[in-house]
Design a protein around this ligand. Structure first.
Ligand SMILES: [Zn+2]
Length: 370
């Protein structure tokens, strides 16, 4: 054991002593003060430094990570703690305790507990360094994605086909392009740019920006930066229309800017969001699909508000069905929900791209069914 791993132990032990006892009145050998570090994996921590580990744990709340892996609380306990089935063993009655404030878990069934890194080790059955790598990938790679998005933005106005595509989709205002930080991935140039900035090829591959064979992953795509991801919309009908980088697509689009609004419009796609924002509707957000992930659903339910659902009125009615299902789930959470009936075959984007305007959409909102 070298100095690195000893330093590592001290860091983890330090963190623990500040936290104090985890679950008062519970016997939890994994987390007891004498036991110290809850990690089983001992070696291979050379690349992990103290601050980076601390940051990683700050950026990935344990509860969010659990919920993203389909964990659901069965019942709340005191002080905000939650109890549910243990995802680490075959649990019959809820024995998995989560403290979202302390970012720690403990299972009374299998006796295991710890923080989000420990959970990732156990859940994915990997050793400490791999768990850290998985979590980093999960968190996204903010500085790298920032560079990539900035590069794509520079490309947008150098490629007339991209500007023409945006125009055809009803995206015309420079203010909107600035607001959404829309860029363009021509393909065949991001890799060289990022490597020149010092990013190793392996990092670019891990982020999904470069394919296994070494080519830019996004080619001929309009790119929108998300929270920890990049959405790419293909200009070509030959390629799959929608692409995300590996990992979570994140929460609701621009949620912080709308969460205080008493009425919120939820749409399926970023192009729907774009035309509404451009038309002056600033209380709009987007789930990037009809199926909300756990964190998006939680966001919608985090306060009292009226939600207007404006999903695609596609011919096979899949958008409508998804909208009704979501409306039902939201009403169960005591939210007021209105479903907007768009003309057959339209989504908000096509409505505006084909001559619709704010007044027309406002009329649809007013006619929405609650
Ligand atoms: Zn368990």
């Amino acid at each position: 054991m070298g100095t690195t791993s000893r330093a590592q132990r001290m860091v983890l032990a330090d963190g623990r002593s500040h936290r104090g006892p985890l679950f008062t009145g519970a016997h939890h050998p994994c987390l007891g003060p004498r036991r110290g570090v809850p990690y089983a994996a001992d070696g291979g921590k050379k690349s992990v430094n103290r601050q980076a580990l601390h940051d990683l744990k700050q950026q990935i709340p344990l509860l969010g990570y659990l919920q993203a892996h389909d964990w659901r609380a069965a019942r709340p306990l005191s002080r905000g703690r939650l109890m549910g089935l243990c995802p680490l063993h075959d649990d019959q009655k809820p024995s998995f305790l989560v403290d979202p404030h302390k970012n720690l878990f403990y299972c009374y069934g299998c006796g295991r507990g710890g923080d989000v890194i420990r959970f990732a080790e156990l859940y994915h059955q990997v050793r400490f360094p791999e768990a850290v790598a998985l979590l980093r990938q999960w968190r996204g790679l903010p500085p790298l994605l920032h560079e990539a998005a900035g590069f794509y933005r520079m490309q947008l106005h150098r490629h007339s086909e991209a500007v023409a595509y945006l125009y055809q989709r009803g995206i015309r205002s420079p203010e909107l392009i600035e607001h959404m930080q829309i860029g363009y991935a021509p393909g065949g140039c991001l890799r060289a740019w990022l490597m020149q900035l010092g990013y190793p090829l392996q990092t670019l591959r891990q982020a999904g920006l470069v394919t296994a064979s070494g080519y830019d992953a996004y080619i001929h795509r309009v790119v929108f930066p998300l929270d920890g991801n990049l959405y790419g919309r293909s200009l070509s009908a030959a390629a799959p229309p929608h692409r995300f980088l590996p990992g979570a697509k994140g929460g609701l689009y621009a949620w912080e800017q709308v969460r205080q609004c008493p009425e919120v419009i939820l749409v399926e796609g970023l192009f729907d969001y774009a035309v509404l924002w451009q038309a002056g509707f600033r209380n709009v957000t987007c789930a990037m699909g009809t199926q909300l992930n756990a964190s998006q659903f939680r966001q919608l339910c985090d306060g009292m508000r009226t939600i207007y659902l404006a999903f695609d009125a596609d011919a096979n009615r899949s958008g409508q069905r998804a909208m009704q299902t979501l409306a039902h789930r939201l009403r169960e959470q005591r939210l007021k929900v209105c479903t907007v009936e768009l003309p057959e075959g339209h989504d908000p984007n096509s409505l505006f791209a084909n001559g619709g305007d704010a007044r027309r959409f406002q009329a649809l909102l007013e006619a929405a069914r609650s």
